[in-house]
Design a protein around this ligand. Structure first.
Ligand code: ADP
Ligand code: ASP
Ligand code: MG
Length: 814
């Protein structure tokens, strides 16, 4: 004999019930017990209607109409016209009874647990009836059996306790007595000894099926649902989760206890004692093997088998000096909770005898606080115990696996993985069986925690990086192209999976939680919502993805002022915008502090020398114990470009214009020509070398006439360049006569920095610097005479974008 249970989604509508029929028809067993849930969502609707009626809210009638329509339309689609009338009239008569019951509740304005059970039982009653009639019509040798006649329980409504001996006797007698190939029975519902309807708890149809399987010593129990087995984590929350092919009863029990809803936790006990295997299968992909749950041992080498989570948890802590040395306090604590039917999901290890802390369902917390405070009233009044402290909005995340006990370091790995992603752990518990390690965290962190842990324990170390890119102009657009081109390479070679989740320009912004298609982001962005820097941050923060990185490709001061929010929420920042690092020292330092405190790298390699590894090299020199003595550099790709091409056959104006058009200058070219940009760069290098220095401390010897410096827009600026062409030609001529070239040089030595145009003679390291190249000479204690030289293209969208990319990869390897 075989027992097949079909869940809510599997029987949600006529089409799905058709698939169910095919599965049952294909069973190779002679006898089959088919247990069905209510049509998907109907139990929730029944509970909703009951609550509305009990609150004397007449809209419960609308809910009844919805329930009615679901069943009538399903029945009409399944049952041919000639058989319809009897089926529909039975369905309608059941619905009338339901309506009468709800009307009663509405009139009295109250609902008892007993009535509530009666009301919710209609979901399974109706589904099982319709399905059995459909099976018969389709030629299956099927009959219907009401589970309330077989499963006997006590009268604890809502989650009744099964009387196994009586139930097994009833079930055995009935199932072995029947000659039919298929018996269709409702899941979830039972009856008390005096005949009232009871239910087995939400998700209880699995349990019904297990009870029947154990009663008839079935060959196998098949749980047919909407996913292909028990997964390494809830597939709705963790995309990379995979079905576990084979798992032990204990592991499955543990996973379901900690929230793997695919199996109702009490289901395993009855079949475990009879050694009956459970197979979890997908109604929508029946050919998929699913998960087999048996007594057999774990697959070799696998320690952590799955990760699960229970949301809606609250912690309850009992504390006080009076607890020390007084026996029986914990006994009383657990006794009152158990008397109130409050189940304890987790007990955390107290660090001292001063406190006991348990995790319970958040729904029970108010009641728990009241009864525990009452029970310890005497001690509380005398100050020996404090009133209990409730904490809400929490969740449990648990690692599960039979072999975890023989492995050291798993909990360390779990905690450090969570810690790195700034998931704060409120409490920890390790089952005595060492089959699970559970942590209590904030509810809002569950998705992030599950995904990070999944990545750590199951995904061959593929690390997902989630990017939020602000600024998609020259540099930003190039950057997105590079990401799109390198995606595959990075995944295969560096085990980094990069997704761009959000992008924004100054007009619109766009988010796609599963990753923006980088081949056509322009169109989608165009249609995006109105750009708003604050909302952008709020969205990034509320998504709460692990390894989130904010990428700033703008030159905006306003954007740079948002970094502290990102870093303070553990979101890394990568920026080519120099404003933050060259702002007040306090701000620079604060951003670095936030980055350290919240474990969120703050990287700005492209602030100096675009894609050249200048800051990274400096950091490595310092980290390895070297000391910076002097830095000499040509750091402005734009100025280098300008002075390399400017001569007596061109005009200064045209060359600056060309540099601007080719993307070698800041959007406002005066920032480059006035030396401000180079001041910012040498300032950043000085700070990274360990100096507390401000922009005002840097000596700037400008070559631009005062009038050009005083302009306030690009148009005036360019006009002033035309006007002062003679002075630029004079500078050129002087250098040429001295057989020198003009270079804009930045220097840092003994805590002092300066910038200015210099005539560089032949033979100097700077003399042959071409195009928009940059060069940096680091004189250090280890390189005192021959400096360490970094030289190469120091401006341009492509190299800047690649520098940003390099910072992102640095974070990936962090
Ligand atoms: P049914 O209605 O068939 O009983 P449920 O909704 O009760 O189905 O259970 C199936 C759901 O359980 C899946 O759709 C999935 O969202 C959820 N789930 C949670 N954790 C897991 C897990 N580890 N493996 C598979 N499914 C899980
Ligand atoms: N219909 C019930 C519920 O939704 C039982 C079940 O589906 O297992 O909880
Ligand atoms: Mg279920």
């Amino acid at each position: 004999m075989k027992v097949l249970k079909f869940g809510g989604t599997s029987v949600a509508n006529a089409n799905n019930i058709g698939l169910v029929k095919d599965i049952v028809s294909n069973s190779s067993n002679k006898k089959n017990i088919v247990v069905v849930s209510a049509l998907g969502g109907v139990t929730d609707l029944l509970i909703k209607a009951a609550n509305l009626a009990a609150n004397q809210d007449a809209t419960y009638k609308k809910v009844i109409t919805e329930i009615e329509e679901r069943h009538l339309s399903t029945a009409k689609e399944l049952i041919s016209v000639k058989n319809q009338s009897s089926v529909l009239s039975k369905v309608k008569s059941e619905l009338n009874t339901l309506e009468t019951l709800l009307e009663g509740a509405f009139l009295i304005g109250e609902i008892t647990a007993k009535l509530s059970d009666k009301i919710v039982s209609f979901g399974e009653l109706l589904s099982s009836f319709i399905i059995s009639e459909y099976f018969k019509q389709e030629g299956l040798d099927a009959i219907y059996k009401d589970s309330r006649e077989l499963i006997k329980t006590n009268d604890l409504n809502g989650k009744a306790v099964v009387n196994f001996s009586l139930t097994y006797k009833n079930a055995n007698t009935f199932f072995s007595g029947t000659k039919h190939a298929v018996v269709v029975a409702p899941g979830f519902i039972a009856s008390s000894e005096n005949g009232n309807s009871t239910t087995l708890g939400r998700g209880g149809s699995d349990y019904t099926a297990a009870i029947y399987a154990a009663a008839v010593k079935a060959d196998i129990l098949e749980i047919w649902t909407d996913v292909s087995g028990m997964y390494t984590a809830n597939p709705k929350l963790v995309k990379q989760a995979k079905a576990i092919p084979h798992i032990s009863y204990e592991e499955a029990m543990e996973l379901s206890h900690f929230g793997a809803k695919v199996l109702y936790p009490p289901t395993i006990q009855p079949v475990l004692s009879e050694g009956i295997s459970i197979c979890i299968k997908n109604t929508f992909e029946p050919e998929n093997n699913g998960t087999l749950i048996t007594k057999s041992k774990n697959e070799k080498g696998k320690t952590v088998r799955g990760i699960s989570s229970v949301e809606n948890i609250a912690l309850l802590s009992l504390e006080g000096s009076g607890m020390v040395g007084i026996p029986g306090i914990s006994k009383r604590f657990f006794e009152v909770l158990s008397q109130a039917e409050i189940s304890v999901v987790l007990i955390t290890q107290a660090s001292s005898e001063h406190s006991i802390c348990v995790g319970i369902s958040a729904d029970d917390i108010d009641k728990a606080v009241e009864i525990v405070n009452n029970a310890f009233e005497y001690e509380i009044e005398r100050g020996k115990i404090n009133p209990v402290i409730p904490e809400k909005d929490l969740a449990i995340v648990a690692l599960v696996g039979d072999n975890m006990k023989s492995h050291q370091g798993l909990s360390g790995k779990m905690f450090s993985t969570l810690g790195k992603n700034n998931v704060n752990i409120r409490a920890i518990a390790q089952g005595a069986s060492e089959r699970n390690i559970s942590t209590v965290i904030k509810k809002g962190d569950v998705k992030k925690a599950l995904n990070t842990l999944h990545e750590e324990f199951f995904e061959e170390n593929v690390k997902q990086l989630n990017l939020f890119v602000m600024g998609v102009g020259n540099v930003g657009a190039k950057f997105l192209t590079q990401v799109s081109q390198q995606k595959k390479y990075l995944k295969e070679n560096l085990k980094l999976n990069i997704r761009v989740i959000g992008i924004s320009n100054s007009r619109t912004m766009l988010f796609n939680e599963s990753g923006i298609n980088l081949n056509k982001w322009e169109d989608s962005l165009e249609k995006g919502e109105k750009a708003d820097k604050q909302k952008f941050f709020e969205k990034v923060n509320s998504l709460n993805y692990r390894n989130s990185i904010f990428v700033d490709n703008t030159a905006s001061a306003e954007v740079s002022e948002t970094y502290n929010k990102y870093l303070g929420n553990s979101i890394s920042v990568v920026t080519c915008n120099k404003i933050a690092c060259s702002s007040k020292f306090d701000n620079y330092q604060e951003l670095k502090r936030l980055a350290r405190e919240y474990n969120a790298p703050f990287l700005f390699e492209t602030n100096v020398g675009a894609g050249l590894p200048i800051i990274d090299t400096l950091k490595h020199l310092i980290a390895s114990g070297d000391k910076i003595l002097k830095i000499q550099a040509v750091l402005s790709g734009s100025l280098n470009f300008v002075f390399n091409y400017f001569n007596d056959e061109t005009t200064f104006h045209d060359i600056v214009k060309q540099a601007q058009e080719e993307g070698y200058t800041e959007p406002d070219p005066k920032i480059d020509l006035s030396g401000v940009d180079v001041m910012r760069k040498i300032l950043i290098l000085a700070r990274e070398s360990g100096n507390q220095i401000e922009i005002e401390d840097i000596v700037n010897n400008p070559f631009l006439p005062k009038e050009s410096l005083d302009t306030t827009n690009n148009e005036d600026f360019f006009a002033s360049l035309v006007k002062h062409e003679d002075s630029f030609q004079a500078i050129y001529k002087k250098a040429k006569d001295a057989d020198s070239k003009l270079k804009y040089v930045a220097q840092y030595e003994d805590g002092k920095a300066s910038v200015g145009l210099q005539e560089i003679p032949k033979g100097h390291d700077f003399y042959n610097l071409e195009g928009s190249d940059n060069i940096v000479l680091f004189y250090t204690e280890r390189y005192p005479n021959q400096p360490m030289i970094i030289k190469g293209a120091g401006a341009g969208a492509d190299v800047t974008a690649s520098g940003i990319f390099a910072d992102i990869i640095r974070i990936g390897n962090f």
